[in-house]
Design a protein around this ligand. Structure first.
Ligand code: FEO
Length: 161
């Protein structure tokens, strides 16, 4: 594989782990704030990010390339409200979408069709990632200051699998 593309995939592996770290930070914040349903939702999200990271890990191995693990940045773990956390999560997912799009472009430019096909899964996944954060953000916006509504939504978030 093209060296630059391998380096960028290794970077993305790091970013996926970092994403998981961000969501674990949010989970810790929700636990502290007495919102166990949102904490559960964020733990599920963190597990998904770990799975994303492993997809990149396994792909590099499959292509006979070296996996390079680098330090994971410390995440933010203080949020003013549930809305603040989900808004930050949505912004982060948009950032990740941009990274995946760049990676996909790079694979096309390198004429690495196999890598481009592999990356298509992530292009589609990012649509879902943004959608799930947008949905929660919009529900929270609708609730406003309604404590009862927040409790109900926290309960609903606990059902995430
Ligand atoms: Fe791995 Fe949330 O994108």
């Amino acid at each position: 594989m093209q060296e630059q593309l391998v380096a960028k995939i290794n970077d993305q592996l790091n970013k996926e782990l970092y994403s998981g770290y961000i969501y674990l930070g949010m989970a810790a914040c929700f636990e502290e704030g007495g919102l166990p349903g949102f904490a559960h939702w964020m733990k599920c999200q963190a597990s998904e990010e770990q799975e994303h990271a492993m997809k990149f890990f396994e792909y590099l191995v499959q292509r006979g390339e070296r996996v390079k693990l680098t330090a994971i940045e410390e995440p933010r773990f203080e949020y003013d409200s549930a809305l603040d956390a989900f808004e930050a999560g949505l912004e982060h997912e948009k950032y990740v979408t941009g990274l995946i799009d760049d990676l996909y472009e790079m694979a096309l430019e390198a004429d690495d069709h196999a890598a481009a096909i592999f990356l298509q899964w992530f292009v589609t996944e990012q649509v879902e990632e943004e959608e799930s954060f947008t949905k929660m953000r919009d529900d929270l916006l609708r609730l406003g200051d309604c404590e009862k509504g927040l409790y109900m939504l926290d309960r609903a978030a606990a059902a995430r699998e």
